[in-house]
Each structure stands twice: as C-alpha cells, then as structure tokens.
Design a protein. Structure first.
Length: 190
C-alpha cells in the first residue's frame, strides 16, 4: 500500500506528457474513474475498464496531430500521479475559440495533496497563453467533490446540462465555465 503524502508534500513537477507516459496516464485515468465515479455510473462499466486498452488508446490519441495539450504531474519516487488534457472547446463536431478542460485526474491516494491544484494552475496558464478567453468543462452533476474542486478554482455552473451515455444509462453532466482573465480572477488556493 502506498502511503499518502502529507499536506506538506513538495509541489509536484508538472510537465508536458510524452508518448512514454501513456501507460502511467492510463493508470491514472482508469483508477481515477473507478474511484471518482463509483455510485455515479454503472459499476460494470467501471469494473470493465482496462489499463492496457486505455494506454493503447492514449498512444493513438497522442500520435494524432491536433490542438490537445496533455500535461502530467510527477512526484519523486512515485512517477506520474496526475494528468490533465485541454484544448479548443468541442461542440457539434467542431472546435471553437473557447478553451475546454477535457480531463483532469489524480491517483486516488494523491487526492488532497496539491496535485490537482498544480495541474489546474498549469491548465489555466496554458489555456490563457493559447489565447482562450475562458475555459469550460463538463462534470457529472452528482460528483460533488469534483464540483467543489472546480468552484474553488473559479469555475461556475452556467446552466447547461447534457446526458452522458454510459452503457445505455444517461448520466447527467453540467457545464462549468471560468474566465481566464477579468472578474473571476486567479484560481483560489485550497
């Protein structure tokens, strides 16, 4: 069993993802889904998630040219412990000028240690530098811990809702948006 770092753990190293990180990112994503979405989507779907298959998909995505930016968080002695992906907002098959946080996941045992906040800070900086005026994301409506995390980072629900289909079950998602400059200011610490 991995011991959980204390609240005083050093800030993780945030860097661009490489193709060599695909297996570690798949582990973060699958374990993140299985932990965060237990009770929020069909358990059979979560149980069927496979790290090797997800790593192969990551390799395919990684080799495609595109505007998606992938970053990872590393901790000394632990390797990759978090991952985030962002780029242009996706809508109706197209990509818009608005930015979108596609994914942000942390290994369950790293929750509350600053890894998610460090990834979010990098995403917000990178999206602003890419010229996005704001950043949107979709979160499961009943995922209260994630919604609190996003709200602490300055995101607010904008009223948009959509169902996310998981094995024939409609799981409701809500959209959150955060200005990258202006009245919402920088993300709150916490």
């Amino acid at each position: 069993m991995t011991s959980r770092p204390t609240a005083h753990a050093p800030r993780p190293l945030i860097r661009d993802m490489t193709i060599d990180d695909c297996e570690a990112v798949a582990r973060v994503r699958v374990r993140g889904w299985q932990s965060a979405y237990a009770g929020l989507m069909p358990q059979a779907h979560l149980d069927a998630m496979d790290i090797a298959a997800d790593a192969e998909r990551r390799r395919g995505f990684f080799t495609e040219a595109g505007a998606v930016v992938d970053v990872v968080a590393e901790r000394a002695g632990l390797g990759v412990v978090g991952w985030a992906a962002y780029g242009p907002y996706r809508e109706g098959g197209g990509r818009l000028a608005r930015g979108e946080l596609y994914a942000i996941y942390v290994l369950p045992e790293q929750t509350g240690t600053g890894v998610g906040r460090a990834l979010m800070a990098q995403v917000l900086t990178g999206a602003a530098e890419a010229g996005h005026r704001d950043l949107a994301l979709w979160v499961l409506k009943d995922n209260t811990p994630a919604r609190r995390f996003y709200e602490r980072a300055g995101f607010r629900a904008d009223g948009a809702e959509e169902p996310f289909d998981v094995d024939g079950v409609a799981v409701p998602e809500v959209r959150y948006v955060r200005a990258l400059s202006g009245p919402l200011g920088p993300p709150a610490a916490g």
